[in-house]
Write a protein that binds this ligand. Structure first.
Ligand code: HGY
Ligand code: MN
Ligand code: MN
Length: 415
């Protein structure tokens, strides 16, 4: 199938979506259920409606836009990603998979293709951990990796529960209804920027993801003793921030000590209380991100960091509370879905390389209820989660074309 991707239209739509942001362009901040997120959702739904797709939203805000096939009772095929964006990030993370997925559907429509299995475009709620501390909120709920009781358990920095925030955003109903059963989809493909430099370095237009690394998120609360920065002498101090600093260095060391290049660990959030230059930090909240393609190595890093923290607590005379927010298994992508993407690359005589994803994605959880794989496209210097994140219109066009034909291949597969 030779589909024709309307590159300029898609470029314009991505640029328009980027204007729904809490910070000035080119940076994007779009926290889930914020006003700009709701405006962005509205914009995407308008585009889906204009393409004649049938739209439904679940109680968590996952949004499904369906192109009904001539076998509506067969399990559908789906594509999609997220539009929420971490503070001061870029315009392409997630959005390429949502608007690119829509353009893939529109290109198939324009080509006269008639889907057998229906094709869904999914906008997953809250892929980023920014507001509620855990990533992939919507896809976790869809596959049952997050229980409905998280509705009251999860809250944002203002102490507002997920329940209250999502209801205020117009998403009511029980989270019990969100869960989808295995087999609900016959295949899922997510198009996403690589968020790494490999494809650009090798000059390869398409990455086919075979596995997604295992992420873990931790929240560490450190209680020391505060006091006057001038009056309290060094031997008397129990400085919560210095304990946090040692923990951050232990996190880095844990990743280096595995000896594996796939082990990564980051201390991305450090909130100091009271946060005055002349007051010794009495309390610190540290948030850690630890990942590996190998779950045994990942758990070894968690153990190493936890035991280092115990030593630090002892010799600094502080109290340390460790909470594991999430420690997820890695995902293996489905060989049949991978094969459909390979077939599509061949149809487009597009070069491809198979690779793992070190970033997590909604595919990590969709893979628990549907055969799943991902298409990566190059991004400049591998930059992501920063304002200069960029993927060229041509790279996006090529990724969307491969996605379109892979969806067509899967849609025509009978039961
Ligand atoms: O952090 C991640 O891997 C994803 O970009 N949220
Ligand atoms: Mn991201
Ligand atoms: Mn993403």
């Amino acid at each position: 199938m030779r589909v024709n991707i309307e590159q300029d239209r898609l470029t314009h739509e991505l640029a328009t979506l980027a204007t729904f942001s809490g910070v000035p362009n080119p940076a994007v901040t779009r926290v889930v259920f914020s006003d700009v997120d709701l405006q962005a959702r509205q914009y995407v739904k308008q585009l889906c409606a204009a393409a004649g797709l049938v739209i439904r939203e679940d109680a968590a805000g996952n949004t499904f836009a369906r192109w009904i096939g001539d076998a509506p009772d067969l399990a559908a095929i789906a594509t999609g990603s997220h539009i929420d964006a971490i503070p001061s990030s870029g315009q392409y993370d997630g959005t390429v998979g949502v608007l690119g997925g829509l353009e893939a559907i529109r290109a198939l429509q324009r080509s006269g293709f008639q889907p057998h299995r229906s094709i869904d475009l999914i906008l997953f709620t809250s892929e980023e951990p920014t507001r509620f501390g855990v990533g992939c909120l919507g896809s976790r709920l869809l596959c049952g990796a997050l229980e409905a009781s998280s509705d009251q358990r999860l809250s944002d920095k203002e102490g507002r529960s997920l329940h209250d925030v999502r209801n205020a955003a117009g998403f009511s109903g029980s989270l019990e209804q969100v869960r989808l059963s295995p087999g609900c989809y016959a295949g899922f493909i997510e198009l996403h920027i690589e968020q790494g430099p490999l494809l650009e370095r090798s000059g390869t237009p398409v990455g086919i993801v075979t596995a997604i690394a295992a992420p873990a998120g931790l929240r560490v609360q450190i209680d020391g003793e505060g006091g006057h920065a001038g009056a309290i002498l060094m031997p008397q101090r129990h400085d919560a921030f210095l304990a946090a600093a040692e923990i951050a260095l232990a996190v880095e060391q844990a990743a280096i000590n595995t000896g594996a290049i796939d082990s990564v660990a980051t201390a991305g959030i450090c909130d100091i209380f009271p946060g005055a230059v002349n007051s010794i930090p009495s309390h610190v909240k540290l948030e850690l991100d630890i990942r590996d393609t190998d779950v045994v190595r990942r758990d070894g890093m968690l153990h190493a960091v936890r035991s280092a923290a115990q030593d630090i607590a002892e010799h600094r005379g502080v109290k340390i509370q460790f909470d594991i927010v999430n420690a997820d298994d890695p995902a293996q992508c489905d060989p049949d879905i991978i094969e459909a993407i390979v077939q599509s690359c061949r149809q487009h005589s597009s070069g491809f390389q198979k690779m793992i994803s070190r970033a997590y994605h909604d595919s990590l959880f969709v893979s628990r209820i549907a055969p799943t794989a991902m298409i990566f496209i190059p991004c400049r210097n591998g930059y992501s989660h920063r304002p200069d994140e960029y993927s060229s219109p041509a790279a996006i066009r090529d990724g969307v074309a491969v996605l379109a034909d892979a969806l067509a291949i899967l849609s025509l597969r009978s039961g």
